[in-house]
Design a protein around this ligand. Structure first.
Ligand code: 5GP
Length: 140
C-alpha cells in the first residue's frame, strides 16, 4: 500500500523543500538531508511506488539510468575513493521512507560513514554540495 503523503511524495509535489540536483520526466535527485558522507544523493521515482517490487519495469529503468548519471556527476564533483549505491525494501531492510529510492553514497578511504538517517547536515553545506553536483552534471 502506497502512502501518498510520505516525505518524498511531498517533495515531488513541491510541498516540502529539497536541494535538487537533477530532474527529468520520470525521476528526481536531491541531497540526503542526513548524509552518510559528503555528496550523498537520493534518486526517487516520480511513479508512486513504495518498494522496488511495486515499480514498473520502465520506472526501474528510469531510476537506474538517473542513478548512474548522477553518480557519475557525484564522482566528478567529490572525487571519492568509491561510491556505494543502495536501495532498501521494507523497514526490516532499513527503509525509513516508503517511496522507492536509490542512495548514492560516496566513500572516502580515510573516513567512516555517518549513521543512516542520523545527523542533519548544515543547510548551507548541503546547498554548496548540491551546487557542485549540478555543475558537474552541466559539464557532463
Ligand atoms: P531509507 O532509510 O528509506 O532508505 O532512506 C531515507 C533517506 O531519506 C535517509 O537517508 C534520510 O536521511 C533521508 N531523509 C529523511 N527525511 C528527509 C527529508 O525530509 N529530506 C531529504 N532530502 N532527505 C530525507
Amino acid at each position: 500500500m502506497y502512502d501518498p503523503n510520505n516525505i518524498f511524495a511531498r517533495i515531488l509535489r513541491g510541498e516540502l523543500p529539497c536541494n535538487k540536483v537533477y530532474e527529468d520526466a520520470d525521476t528526481m535527485a536531491f541531497m540526503d538531508i542526513m548524509p552518510q558522507s559528503d555528496g550523498h544523493v537520493l534518486v526517487v521515482t516520480k511513479e508512486p511506488a513504495a518498494e522496488l517490487f511495486d515499480l514498473s519495469d520502465a520506472g526501474a529503468e528510469a531510476a537506474i539510468r538517473t542513478t548512474k548519471r548522477v553518480a557519475r556527476a557525484v564522482r566528478a564533483a567529490f572525487s571519492p575513493d568509491g561510491i556505494s549505491i543502495g536501495q532498501f525494501n521494507g523497514a526490516a531492510a532499513g527503509q525509513t521512507v516508503p517511496h522507492v529510492h536509490f542512495h548514492i553514497v560516496p566513500r572516502y578511504a580515510e573516513r567512516t560513514l555517518r549513521g543512516h538517517g542520523s545527523d542533519m547536515q548544515d543547510p548551507e553545506i548541503l546547498s554548496q554540495h548540491a551546487e557542485r553536483i549540478v555543475a558537474a552534471l552541466r559539464e557532463a
